[in-house]
Ligand binder design. Structure first.
Ligand SMILES: C[S@@+](CC[C@H](N)C(=O)[O-])C[C@H]1O[C@@H](n2cnc3c(N)ncnc32)[C@H](O)[C@@H]1O
Length: 189
């Protein structure tokens, strides 16, 4: 069952951290997920899954022994995902991405192969951005990838400069076949 647009927008009005008027399009999801190799068992961490457009796409493609740890700050979305995406490879936490290390310890999981993130870094203050991006690099395997996406108008100070501080390679592209267009990053540890 999909969350209706009306329900999605109702959540958006109440919670500015959702920050996007629509879920990422199928093309956007494909573009970002094409940067992952899903042919082997992987541990993926997802920040801000909301209604699960990435989560469901990935669950259809990862191996039986892979897992996804999803961390969602909005309780309605976390509850929705828990209720509607029942798969033993998925672990959903209603929590802040800044608690990623404790969540991995709790599951005796990690390090991760990939972290994907839809959270709006522009709304975080500088110390929270730095903290989340540093912790993300720490929970990844060597050569693991962090794949955050943002709306296209984000400034380098919102994310790119922090990625360059903690990752050895940072690629950055615009993806226009999404509304609104996205700025997609690929940061390799
Ligand atoms: C722009 S939406 C992206 C939703 C979905 N991944 C997509 O692509 O359609 C951002 C999501 O991040 C969540 N979020 C915002 N700040 C967060 C944080 N610090 N930790 C975890 N989730 C957060 C919001 O509640 C919202 O569901």
């Amino acid at each position: 069952m999909h969350m209706s647009t009306r329900e999605y927008v109702k959540n958006l009005i109440k919670d500015r951290n959702i920050a996007s008027i629509t879920p990422t399009s199928k093309k956007g999801v494909e573009e970002i997920c094409s940067r992952m190799d899903l042919s082997n068992p992987v541990t993926i961490i997802e920040y801000g899954p909301a209604t699960g457009v990435f989560t469901n796409y990935l669950l259809e493609r990862i191996t039986v022994d892979s897992k996804i740890i999803a961390i969602e700050l909005n309780k309605n979305f976390a509850d929705y995902l828990k209720k509607n995406t029942k798969d033993e490879r998925l672990l959903v936490h209603h929590d802040h991405a800044g608690n990623v290390e404790q969540i991995l310890d709790f599951h005796q999981a990690g390090p991760a192969d990939y972290v994907i993130s839809g959270i709006p870094f522009s709304l975080l203050d500088a110390s929270d951005r730095d903290d989340i991006i540093r912790k993300t690099s720490e929970v990844l395997k060597p050569w693991g990838k962090f794949l955050p996406y943002q709306t296209f108008f984000q400034k380098d100070e919102h994310l790119k400069l922090y990625l360059e501080k903690y990752f050895s390679v940072v690629k950055d592209n615009y993806f226009l076949r999404n509304f609104p267009p996205m700025r997609v990053y690929e940061a390799i540890k």
